[in-house]
Write a protein that binds this ligand. Structure first.
Ligand SMILES: Cc1cc2nc3c(=O)[nH]c(=O)nc-3n(C[C@H](O)[C@H](O)[C@H](O)COP(=O)(O)OP(=O)(O)OC[C@H]3O[C@@H](n4cnc5c(N)ncnc54)[C@H](O)[C@@H]3O)c2cc1C
Length: 405
């Protein structure tokens, strides 16, 4: 087994780990800094982010977009120095130009996630940070001088160590062993669950809607109360609802036992809708009920709404009762889907839960119970909404820890 003494070992070569290594190497140009990455390359996940475009930050990122016990306090402290502007300014110095879309999401100007990875890797090389790939951590132990880390065929003695191993799942479906590492170190963790994922729902009509997209307002209903609403494009899958607006409800919805309500015409109030639907049924009394939705919804969506409302699509418009009309309107404005528990991390963009935030000093990301051990990024019990918030946090926490090493 190869033995090596280093100044700092960064465990995990993802967004946070690479950024942390760069900042630490800039601060300590003469020291040896290594990244230990279990995959065959660093930054692999970055390439698939934002559908290959890498939504690396959000101009409106603040504590309201993050979740996890104590996340607001931590984000408020972190973003005093390492907010979106600071992260983007720093990326600019690395050569990355960005653009912001109308919703505040920031992408590389090239629209290629590889541009983000390229500038990070270029800087790592300039600073002679060593990347050990295929180096999955087997153990980490505290020593008198720092930490002894065993990864593949290496035994590394590091004065400082950073855990940047991301969430439970590495997106290719393998479970990261990071939680066992934390447990071995006696660091407190919370239960993890998938977030920013499709939401599994039970509804026989979904089969006919597979692949259809519709603009809607989606609301999460718990104990008969709306707890969160989002607007955007809903995508129907065989057993699930998907789309960014649904992703943003998935943190809670994946626990199951709640409902998602779809409002397919959020800009029309009940009275307007009732008038509109009544007029449509009166236009041609002998037309089938399915004609009501011509020019309004995707054909299959209209049929599903009718079925959910208890109206036969072949029924004549003239035969639709007052009660059925009201039911149609109710389903357009408040179509309910029961959420099932979802523990599948494979389709989740982030992990909710992780190392409890009270283990961490928010000014440096050093672990309170282990001097010179830092924990950053998604490994922590903090997860953001969809829109660049998670990478913003990974980069910002990486910068903060790197500057503190
Ligand atoms: C498909 C997809 C799209 C996404 N799109 C966006 C987006 O557009 N915008 C956004 O803000 N967020 C997005 N995210 C979320 C974002 O990618 C993560 O929140 C972010 O990468 C977390 O950074 P991190 O450095 O903490 O962890 P990661 O980037 O996950 O990096 C962790 C690294 O540690 C390595 N590792 C794990 N365990 C070990 C071990 N035991 N030993 C050694 N190495 C280990 C992993 O291989 C990995 O390279 C997306 C996620 C996915 C899956």
């Amino acid at each position: 087994m190869k033995k090596q003494n280093v100044y700092a070992a960064i465990i995990g070569g993802g967004a946070g780990g690479m950024m942390c290594a760069i900042r630490a190497a800039e601060r300590h140009p003469k020291e040896k800094i290594v990244i230990l990455e279990k995959a065959d390359r660093v930054g692999k996940k970055l390439l698939v982010t934002g559908n290959g475009r890498c939504n690396l930050s959000h101009v409106g990122a603040d504590a309201r977009s993050y979740h996890g016990e104590g996340s607001a306090e931590l984000i408020n402290i972190l973003f005093k120095k390492y907010n979106t502007n600071a992260v983007l300014r720093y990326f600019h110095t690395l050569g990355l130009l960005t653009h912001t879309d109308h919703e505040g999401r920031v992408y590389p100007l090239s629209n290629q996630s590889s541009s983000v990875l390229d500038v990070l890797r270029k800087r790592l090389a300039e600073l002679s940070v060593v990347e050990y790939c295929g180096a999955e951590i087997q153990s980490i132990q505290k020593t008198a001088q720092g930490y002894e880390i065993v990864a593949a065929d290496r035994r590394i003695f590091a004065k400082k160590a950073v855990i940047a191993v991301g969430g439970k799942n590495d997106y290719v479906g393998r479970e990261s062993g990071s939680r066992e590492l934390m447990r071995a170190l006696g660091v407190g963790t919370t239960k993890v669950s998938p977030s920013l994922s499709p939401v599994r729902v039970k509804n026989d009509l979904l089969k006919s809607l597979k692949g259809i997209r519709a603009q809607a307002e989606v609301s999460l209903i718990e104990h008969r109360q709306v707890v969160k609403s989002e607007r955007g494009e809903v995508q129907f899958a065989e057993n699930a609802l998907s789309g960014i607006c649904v992703f943003n409800l998935s943190r809670e919805a994946n626990k199951g036992g709640c409902e998602i309500s779809l409002n397919l015409l959020p800009d029309m109030d009940h009275d307007q809708l009732y008038k509109e639907i009544t007029e449509r049924t009166e236009r041609d009394l002998t037309a089938p009920a399915s004609d009501i939705f011509i020019g309004m919804f995707h054909k299959n969506l209209g049929l599903a709404v009718l079925k959910a409302s208890g109206v036969r699509p072949s029924a004549f418009c003239k035969d639709i009762s007052e009660k059925e009309l009201k039911s149609i309107c109710r389903h357009i404005k408040d179509w309910r889907f029961s959420c099932e528990e979802n523990r599948d991390f494979k389709k989740a963009q982030v992990t909710a839960g992780g190392v409890t935030l009270n283990e961490i000093d928010p000014c440096s990301f050093m672990c309170k119970r282990h001097k010179e051990l830092y924990i950053i990024g998604e490994a922590l019990d903090i997860d953001g909404d969809c829109g660049g918030y998670n990478l913003q946090f990974a980069f910002a926490s990486g910068m903060c820890a790197g500057d503190s090493l």
